[in-house]
Design a protein. Structure first.
Lengths: 282, 173
């Protein structure tokens, strides 16, 4: 299978491990990724003018005839929103008038869905079953919004993948509650307050790891976890993995291939426990 | 004072369904930052429909929206409160209203317009010039990112910059 890959702006910096692990996992699953030609920013959550946001996303979608895959749920949501808005002939006309390559429709997929499909065909690729690993499935907001992907509020697609990896998905109450990420620069306290709610819930539930689908959720829960701990005077210490990293561990890929050294809260003790458990059972 | 022009502008951008708001408060009850908002998102929509431009634009409410869209998927009238917020940000921008939150959005769009992509480090640096109080959190982040090879100093640029600039300028008119 061949897909156009949209890495998104964070792939070079704060979300580097998302990009690294996406490429490694797709390669292991036999999915060929062709980086989307000259891609631009999708607008994230910071472009108030809807027509501009649609234009930015449409330019990306017009670069290829292949289905487009991204690991970032913000890019995913923006491309999907734009595709929905481009069904309006008036919007499509205005946008195509400024595009060099014209938009004529696109299929947009999240890595989660691509990976599930590959594992459904061949689950023997799971070399390291993640037995007894308690995973908090954290979707954040934009994976399932706008409508059209699972339930926008009570989705189960991530739990399904976690089960495919033989791990245990927890019934995580705040799974589609916002992490605060989009406002973290100008509204630090407000953003950290809501990120703390998610971490607090995960701690109360005794999870081994939180899994995210979005680089902003990851930043709030992982990169900011120590700052949140310091402000609250409370230890949390829960590793937060991108879904592609969790899948990579189950496929038996190594820490470097998955960028596990880039996570702020080290997932290595958790990974070691997974391997110890597997050795005990063998 | 009622400003009907303002009300019309909001409806044009966020959709005529805003008129059907029944003030049920589902949006406010769903909002992750509702506890910090004054007026609430429900009241903000009322202000727009009443044409109370000054009150609607001066509040911090629109800058506390995280774009999570929970209000939008739950609204029983099919209104997109998030689109009302976006409309107000857009109107604030054209009115020349300044502030730290507005500065962040402006810098973000400027980087897209000039380079086609966002480079996080230069964006944070430019924001600190407008709002030095964010320095502590930027330092905290930098200390976590740098040793993990997650800081990228260059500004990423796309080849089709002229096209991207045209998208921002022409479609943003």
């Amino acid at each position: 299978m061949k897909l156009a890959y949209f890495p998104g702006c964070v792939s070079k910096s704060t979300g580097k491990e998302m990009d690294v692990s996406t490429r490694a996992v797709c390669s292991a699953l036999g999915i060929a990724l062709e980086e989307l030609e000259d891609w631009n920013c999708c607008g994230a959550t910071h472009v108030a003018n809807e027509l501009v946001a649609t234009g930015l996303a449409a330019r990306n979608m017009a670069q290829t005839d292949l289905p487009i895959m991204t690991s970032c749920s913000i890019c995913y949501s923006n491309l999907r929103s734009a595709a929905q808005r481009m069904e309006d002939p008036e919007v499509k006309g205005k946008v195509n008038a400024v595009l060099t390559k014209k938009y004529s429709g696109a299929k947009v997929r999240h890595a989660l869905d691509v990976i599930q499909e590959a594992l459904d065909k061949n689950d023997e690729l799971i070399a390291v079953p993640l037995k007894d690993l308690k995973v908090a499935p954290y979707y954040g907001c934009l994976m399932t919004r706008p409508r059209g992907v699972d339930s926008p509020e009570f989705p189960t697609i991530l739990e399904k993948l976690i089960k495919t990896l033989k791990a245990e998905p927890l019934d995580f109450r705040l799974k589609t509650f916002c992490c605060g990420g989009p406002i973290f620069m100008p509204q630090e306290e407000a953003a950290e307050d809501i990120a703390y709610k998610i971490l607090e819930e995960a701690k109360k539930e005794g999870v081994d790891v939180i899994v995210t689908l979005c680089p902003l959720c990851h930043l709030m829960l992982d990169a900011k976890q120590k700052a949140i701990e310091n402000k609250r005077g409370e230890k949390i210490g829960i590793p937060v993995l991108y879904v592609t990293q969790l899948v990579g561990i189950a496929l038996g890929l190594g820490p470097e291939e998955l960028g596990l050294n880039m996570n702020v809260v080290s997932p290595m003790p958790m990974v070691e426990r997974v391997y110890e458990r597997m050795a005990e059972e063998a | 004072m009622q400003d009907l022009e303002f009300r019309k502008e909001v409806l044009k951008r966020a959709g005529p369904e805003v008129l059907t708001c029944i003030q049920c408060g589902t949006c406010s009850a769903s909002c992750p930052t509702a506890h910090l908002m004054s007026p609430s998102i429900r009241k903000l929509i009322k202000l727009c429909l009443e044409g109370k431009k000054e009150e609607a634009l001066k509040s911090e409410t629109i800058w506390l929206c995280t774009s999570c869209q929970l209000c939008t998927i739950r609204c029983p009238r099919g209104i997109r409160p998030k689109a009302v917020v976006a409309a107000l940000k857009d109107i604030a921008e054209s009115e020349g209203i300044k502030g730290k939150d507005q500065a962040y959005e402006e810098l973000f769009l400027k980087q897209i317009k000039e380079h086609g992509r966002i480079s996080e480090l230069p964006l944070s640096g430019e924001f600190l010039l407008c709002y030095p109080q964010a320095a502590v959190q930027a330092m905290e982040m930098g200390l976590e990112m740098a040793p993990r090879g997650k800081i990228f100093f260059e500004k990423e640029k796309v080849k089709g910059r002229e096209e991207v600039k045209k998208i921002v300028e022409e479609l943003g008119k």
